[in-house]
Design a protein around this ligand. Structure first.
Ligand code: MLT
Length: 267
């Protein structure tokens, strides 16, 4: 795996890459970075090139202006896809990454040959959820990124991981702490203002893989079922022993599911 900077539209994204072949672009969750995809980049099936950006405002990716809407991130991702110059890509987004992948589909479906929507949801924030985001923005400003990740950690990982793999919480916290409070505040704004994607689901015509950890408390299996029911081309896989970060918590099961599905795509 190597990391390089890629000029994508108006921003410069730090991008981790591995493998050679058809591109699969991995979009990370909030408040993490591309590092959450390490176990996928390290085990890509033959014929696939993994590309995992730090989204604008996260990790080492910066723009002249902040990204405060999922549309800003989607434009960055589509500019990255154009910069790859390799035709339509598979977009694999987890949670926030899934929100952005759905926005990319709305904006430029011709750039997407397949979607992986992992531990994510199609609906927008409720009024309560939006109010919680605003409160969290205040905490990020006053107390920094640590306050946000420490509030989220108990729900980010499933019960199995918290008991059997306590080191994962340390690892996830370290990834989050690579993000400055400004980027976290901007991303909370993007999460809070994201559109309702339920109406988008019926428009999706590319092969789509929906994955969810059975112990996901943030976007539980019932919400993955909404996506799978709404997308006529979707297949749904539930990962036992995983919470919200299914790819981090059960990488072998996640990778096997992904590899099986990638194998079904026409070259
Ligand atoms: C994420 O994992 O990206 C966040 O939990 C998404 C959200 O809070 O809506």
């Amino acid at each position: 795996m190597h990391v390089r900077e890629v000029a994508a539209g108006s921003v410069t994204l730090s991008v981790a890459e591995a493998g050679e072949g058809a591109p699969i672009v991995f979009l990370h969750a909030f408040p993490l970075t591309a590092r959450m995809w390490s176990a996928q980049l390290d085990a890509l099936p033959a014929g696939w090139r993994g590309v995992a950006p730090d989204l604008r405002g996260f990790g080492r990716s910066r723009g002249a202006v902040p990204a405060r809407h999922v549309a800003d991130h989607a434009e960055d991702v589509l500019a990255l896809v154009a910069a790859l110059d390799a035709g339509p890509v598979v977009l694999a987004g987890l949670s926030m990454g899934g929100y952005i992948a759905l926005e990319c589909w709305r904006r430029r479906p011709s750039s997407i040959r397949g979607l992986v929507l992992a531990d994510t949801r199609a609906d927008a924030d409720t009024a309560d959820a939006a109010a919680t985001r605003v409160a969290m923005q205040g905490r990020a400003v006053r107390e920094g990124t640590a306050a946000v990740i420490d509030a989220m950690l108990p729900k980010l990982l499933g019960a199995t991981s918290r008991t059997a793999n306590p080191h994962l919480a340390v690892q996830v916290r370290e990834w989050a702490m690579a993000n400055g409070a400004d980027g976290v505040v901007d991303a909370l704004e993007a999460l809070r203002t994201r559109p309702d994607s339920r109406v988008t689901l019926a428009s999706i015509t590319c092969p789509t893989l929906v994955i969810v950890g059975e112990e996901d408390l943030i976007t539980p299996p019932s919400l993955a079922a909404v996506i799978a029911d709404g997308v006529t081309t979707a297949a749904l896989t539930r990962i036992p022993g995983a919470g919200h970060l299914a790819n981090v918590e059960q990488p072998a099961a996640f990778n096997a599911t992904l590899a099986r599905w990638l194998h079904t795509l026409t070259p």
